[in-house]
Design a protein around this ligand. Structure first.
Ligand SMILES: NC(=O)C1=CN([C@@H]2O[C@H](COP(=O)(O)OP(=O)(O)OC[C@H]3O[C@@H](n4cnc5c(N)ncnc54)[C@H](O)[C@@H]3O)[C@@H](O)[C@H]2O)[C@@H](O)CC1
Ligand SMILES: Nc1ncnc2c1ncn2[C@@H]1O[C@H](COP(=O)(O)OP(=O)(O)O)[C@@H](O)[C@H]1O
Ligand SMILES: [K+]
Length: 474
C-alpha cells in the first residue's frame, strides 16, 4: 500500500525523530536520498551541471546538502538563492564543496532581474533541483521563483519533497507552481503526490525512507499485493452461487451498447453468474456474444444506470427491496438520494458529481479530493470520482486513489465496464469501499495492458481483465 499523510502528521512524526537523533541527521538522510535520485536521473555525477533553486526553509537546506553530495561526485553545482534568508549551514557546506552561489536580487519588485542583471543562462544545466518550498510552503510562487523557473524552462526538474507552489494537503493548484519530472519525497507520501491536479505536476514520485513512525494515513493507493489480498477467489468447494451473482439493470433501447459493456465488465469471471434484467431484445443481443448470461432472479449485487436513459429511476427503485449493495452509475446518479446511507458505490465523473452537488464541473476538477469527500459524507456511502487518478471516498476511511491506467482509457463506454466490474466484486463479497478501489485498480491496469501504448475501446478493457487478474501475485 502507498500511504499519504498530512503535513501535520509528518511534522509530528518528524518531531519525535528530531528529539532522538543528532542535530542535522534527518536532513542528511533526506539530502542523500535526494542526491542519489538526481544521480540516477543523470546517469552519474561527473561533469553534470546541476542548478539548485533554494528557498528560505529546510526544503532549500535539503537541496543545498544534496548539492554537496553531487559536487563530491564531480558534478558542477550552482545554487540560486531566492531569499535573503537561507539554510546557512547548508550554504556553507555547498561553498566548501566547491559549489557556486548566486544571490538573486530579491529586493527587485518584479524579481525578474535574473536574466538582465546576471545575463541569460548561457550554459544550460542538465537538471534543476527545486528546493524553493516544501511542506512549509503556501500555495503559489513568489515572482523571484517564477522568474528563475522561466530562465531555465525546458530543463528537467527534480522537486524536493513536493513540486513547489502546490497545496500539499489538498492536491489543489491555485497559482504558479513547479512542474517536475521526478519528485523526491521523505518519510511518506504527501497528499499532493497522489491527488490531481498537483499529482500531475510532480511527475514520478520517489520515496526516501527517513525512519518516520506514522499514524493511519489520510490517503492510500492500492498496490498489486493489496489487490491480490482483497480479490475474491473461488474456494476449492465453490459453486456459482457461493461465488455470488451480479445483476445488471443498465442500458435501454436507445443505448443497448451500455448494457452490453456493463455486462462485459461484470462477466469477467470474478462473480459466479451474471444476470441481465432489461429490454428483451437487448438481452438477446447480449446472449449472441455471451451465452452464459441469464435473466432475472436472486442476486448479491446490482448495477444500475449506464445508458438507462429515462428508465434510470425505475431501474434503481426496482433494486432497492433486495437489500443488496448497488452500483449507481450515469443516468441513475440523478436519483442517488435513494441509496443514501445504504451499501452502494456511486460512480460519477466530474460532470455527474457537479450535477449531484450543485457545483460546477471545473470546480470539481480543481478540487476533486474536497468534493469526493463531501459527496461521501452527504450520501453516507462510497463515492468513486472518475478521472486520471480516480478517488474513492467512504465516511471515516482514508480516501483511496487509483494510480493505474492510461489516458487512452478516456473512451466512451469505459465507465460502463467499470460499473459492471465493481458489481461483480460486490457480488463476490467485497465491501463497497473495497469493491470500488479494487475494481478501479483492475480497470486501470486492464486498460494499460490492452493499450500497450496505443488506442483502445471499452470492450478491450473488459477483455483484458482476466489476464490482469491472472498476473496478480498469488
Ligand atoms: N518534516 C520532515 O519530516 C522533514 C523535512 N525536511 C525538509 O524540510 C521541508 C520543510 O521545511 P520548512 O518547514 O523549513 O518549510 P519550507 O522549506 O517548505 O518553506 C518554508 C519557508 O518558505 C517560505 N514560504 C512559504 N511559502 C512560500 C512561497 N509560496 N513562496 C516562497 N516562500 C515561501 C516561508 O516563509 C518559510 O520561510 C520539507 O519539505 C523537507 O524538504 C527534511 O529535511 C527532513 C524531514
Ligand atoms: N486522462 C485520463 N487518464 C486515465 N484515465 C482516465 C482519464 N480520463 C478518464 N479516465 C477514466 O476513463 C473512464 C471513463 O469513464 P466515463 O467518464 O464514465 O466514460 P463513459 O461514460 O463513456 O463510460 C473512467 O474510468 C476514468 O477514470
Ligand atoms: K520543493
Amino acid at each position: 500500500m502507498i500511504r499519504a499523510h498530512t503535513v501535520e502528521q509528518v511534522r509530528a512524526a518528524e518531531a519525535v525523530l528530531l528529539a532522538e537523533l543528532p542535530e542535522g541527521a534527518l536532513m542528511q538522510r533526506a539530502a542523500h536520498g535526494l542526491a542519489y535520485a538526481v544521480l540516477d536521473l543523470l546517469g552519474g555525477g561527473y561533469g553534470r551541471r546541476v542548478l539548485l533553486l533554494v528557498g528560505s526553509g529546510d526544503n532549500g537546506g535539503d537541496a543545498l546538502y544534496a548539492g554537496v553530495v553531487l559536487a563530491r561526485r564531480g558534478a558542477i553545482v550552482e545554487a540560486w538563492l531566492l531569499s535573503d534568508k537561507v539554510h546557512e549551514a547548508g550554504l556553507a557546506a555547498l561553498r566548501a564543496a566547491g559549489g557556486r552561489v548566486r544571490r538573486l536580487d530579491t529586493s527587485s519588485p518584479g524579481g525578474s532581474d535574473y536574466s538582465t542583471s546576471q545575463g541569460p543562462v548561457s550554459s544550460p544545466f542538465d537538471v534543476v533541483v527545486d528546493g524553493i518550498v516544501g511542506i512549509g510552503g503556501r500555495p503559489g510562487l513568489r515572482p523571484q521563483a517564477v522568474a528563475a523557473l522561466e530562465a531555465v524552462r525546458g530543463i528537467p526538474v527534480v522537486a524536493v519533497d513536493v513540486p513547489s507552489g502546490v497545496d500539499v494537503d489538498s492536491g489543489e493548484v491555485s497559482g504558479p507552481h513547479v512542474t517536475a519530472e521526478v519528485t523526491v519525497t521523505f518519510g511518506t507520501h504527501k497528499i499532493a503526490h497522489l491527488v490531481d491536479p498537483a499529482a500531475e505536476a510532480g511527475g514520478v514520485t520517489h520515496l526516501v525512507d527517513i525512519g518516520l513512525d506514522l499514524p493511519a494515513p489520510a490517503l492510500e493507493a492500492l498496490q498489486p499485493a493489496d489487490v491480490a489480498a482483497l480479490l475474491p477467489r473461488p474456494a476449492s468447494q465453490a459453486h456459482k452461487y457461493t461465488r455470488g451473482v451480479v445483476g445488471i439493470r443498465t442500458g435501454s433501447t436507445t443505448y443497448p451498447g451500455a448494457a452490453m459493456l456493463s455486462v462485459a465488465g461484470a462477466d469477467c469471471g470474478l462473480a459466479g453468474m451474471v444476470r441481465f434484467v432489461g429490454d428483451a431484445a437487448v438481452l438477446d443481443r447480449i446472449r449472441t456474444v455471451r451465452p452464459e448470461i441469464v435473466g432475472d432472479g436472486r442476486v448479491q449485487a446490482w448495477v444500475v444506470g449506464s445508458g438507462s436513459h429515462q428508465t434510470a429511476e425505475g431501474q434503481l427503485s426496482a433494486t432497492l427491496d433486495d437489500g443488496v449493495p448497488i452500483v449507481v452509475d450515469a443516468d441513475a446518479l440523478e436519483f442517488a438520494d435513494m441509496v443514501a446511507g445504504r451499501r452502494a458505490v456511486l460512480t460519477p465523473h466530474a460532470g455527474e458529481l457537479a450535477g449531484m452537488l450543485g457545483a460546477d464541473r471545473h470546480e470539481i476538477e480543481a478540487r476533486p479530493l474536497h468534493f469526493v469527500r463531501r459527496a461521501a459524507e452527504a450520501y453516507r456511502t462510497t463515492v468513486l470520482l472518475k478521472g486520471r487518478h480516480t478517488l474513492i471516498a467512504h465516511p471515516g476511511r482514508p480516501v483511496r486513489v487509483t494510480t493505474t491506467g492510461t489516458p487512452w482509457l478516456a473512451t466512451a463506454g469505459a465507465g460502463d465496464v467499470l460499473g459492471g466490474l465493481i458489481g461483480a466484486l460486490l457480488a463476490g463479497g467485497l465491501t463497497p469501499y473495497d469493491a470500488a478501489s479494487v475494481g478501479s485498480w483492475l480497470h486501470g491496469a486492464a486498460a494499460t495492458y490492452a493499450s500497450q501504448g496505443g488506442p483502445i475501446v471499452a470492450g478491450d478493457v473488459a477483455r483484458a481483465l482476466p489476464a490482469v487478474v491472472a498476473s496478480l501475485p498469488a
